[in-house]
Design a protein around this ligand. Sequence first.
Ligand code: SAM
Length: 243
Amino acid sequence: THFGYKTVEQEKKADLVADVFHSVAAKYDIMNDVMSFGVHRLWKRLTIETAGARPGMKVLDLAGGTGDLTAKFSQLVGDKGEVVLADINDSMLKVGRAKLRDRGIVSNVKYVQANAEALPFPDNHFDIITIAFGLRNVTDKDAALRSMRRVLKPGGKLLVLEFSKPQHEIMRKVYDTYSFKIIPKMGQLITQDADSYEYLAESIRVHPDQETLKQMMIDAGLEQVEYTNMTDGVVALHKGYKF
Ligand code: SAM
């Protein structure tokens, strides 16, 4: 709301999102590979390429979860750079930290438990912010986008990778059936938790489409906003700058 407090509905959504990610954390990575047939790796690769991280940069991987993007950024920014993996959910953060440590990624990564709506970082701090498959889980998306813009440096870049609207009717139908009928069943089989995956399918369905998200980013003060569809728009990568 504009008054700085949350309605009962918003509180409920936040609690539900917390339950979902506490519940799926341990099996999150395997479920991503299974549900997307591994394609999430390609979506993330394009995100990394578009980010253009260079040695010495400060990067925020927001809603970073189990740290796939953080791992890549850590290599790219090197010893003089810094990557902050921020997530609201401590179960996801724990799984992410353990995974990155196992791979020997330690020196330039920090872990911060934070809500995207009110980021605990100074103004004008990061060169790059990514939020991958995170924004749709955030209750107040406009507040989150404004908060991201605030902590970006002038000239800094925001990338939002998120499910979006398939461009062709046939793809829409295939994808609807897949996400509403098949994904919850796979969730049940692999994690004994169909409810969480029903939430995920529903959260994808109600998420703003390409043009709506573009306008939300512009309204939050981002500039030169554009997007690229991937997999016929099942996923879109939005990019915007702070000047
Ligand atoms: N970015 C990772 C990836 O692409 O694999 C994880 C994505 S996962 C689907 C979504 C993440 O968003 C979860 O780890 C969840 O805890 C986090 N999240 C949900 N609401 C959030 C909020 N308000 N602020 C920060 N993180 C949030």
